[in-house]
Design a protein around this ligand. Sequence first.
Ligand code: ATP
Length: 402
Amino acid sequence: MSEPIISFRDVVKEFPAPRGFRRGRRHGAAVRAVDGVTLDVAAGEIFGVIGYSGAGKSTLVRLVNALETTTSGAVVVDGTDLTGLSEARLRPVRAGIGMIFQQFNLLSSRTVAGNVAYPLDVAGWSRADRDARVAELLDFVGIADKAGVHPAKLSGGQKQRVGIARALAANPRILLADEATSALDPETTADVLALLQRVNRELGITVVVITHEMEVVRSICHRVAVMEHGRVVEVGDAYSIFSAPRHAVTRRFVASALRDRPSDAVLARLRTRHAGRIVTVRVDEVAGSSAQVMGALAEHGVTGTIVYGGISEVAERPYGSLTLELVGSDDAVTAALDALRRVTVVADHGTAARPVDDAGDLPAAPDDVVEPGQTRPTADLPPRLPGGGTFGGTTAALGGID
Ligand SMILES: Nc1ncnc2c1ncn2[C@@H]1O[C@H](COP(=O)(O)OP(=O)(O)OP(=O)(O)O)[C@@H](O)[C@H]1O
């Protein structure tokens, strides 16, 4: 990992107890929003902080630009320990950090150009330099044609582009994005995430993304920290976190994002619809290629038909799973399962008559949970895929799996 640009060293942040509690029996019980966090963010990465509401994500990130101060421990930003720094000494540190928010926080009285110019006005830029910089930024975020428009006339995605342009105005080294896509629809979210990726790649800016959506981590994060009750419970590169989540909270987040896994309800329907043995096999960079899966089945004369699943990308690497109906004699299917287990991770779901509850390292998706405003991208496939979709017998219909 390259040099850390942000370091948390055993950081604790407590807030005083809410008033009602102070008078009541839990007298003096403070809220520990961040509880002993030690973490490094490397220069040049897109780092995700994920957790459920109240986990302490916003507080952790607000410590970086000293919107909050630590109760104990240290936060070091770009080589400067923020502990005990005066407002005057914090100013240059803050100048190196841009921030964007869920609700955009734009000035309604200013135009788009005026909003982006605002931090430059405060910093005392000349009019000519400021106007040139604003034009350059609006061009970069793709809303040059909206320069004279007021925020009320913009869509959510356009508002967030203004927020990003404003955050980049003073050439920060770090961009903090606090739930920056949580108010946006899935398509606009994808556009804004792609823009954050350009900010990182083309401008070399370190991006810290706070989110409660694993989809955001899947799309753009290089590394991720999972928070629960103020603590970092798991940290690692995004691919490892998806492919081998250790903590229960991480597993729940991963299951919510990987909709290639059939939920228990879907499995029950698949077992009813297909008489053969239902199994799910993992497909990733090294395991479960179509050649490997076909080979394992063909070796034992078993036919495999894809009935559910999909392959997508995590951190730009292939990842997903396929659920197959295996047809053959009992002995052949058992032998084929053993052969499959030698080439990839397998979950055996059994048959309608003999269902097996063996999720193993391939946990089922949460039961038919669809986020508001989202559709489930994977679906039960018809019993036979037109034009192929059969392993072992003929060919694999799906692309990108070997
Ligand atoms: N200024 C504050 N005063 C008192 N308690 C606070 C304050 N800010 C946050 N908290 C408490 O600290 C805990 C962590 O809050 P925080 O906002 O950091 O979590 P979060 O993971 O960002 O959640 P969310 O996504 O809901 O904002 C919560 O219990 C919250 O109520």
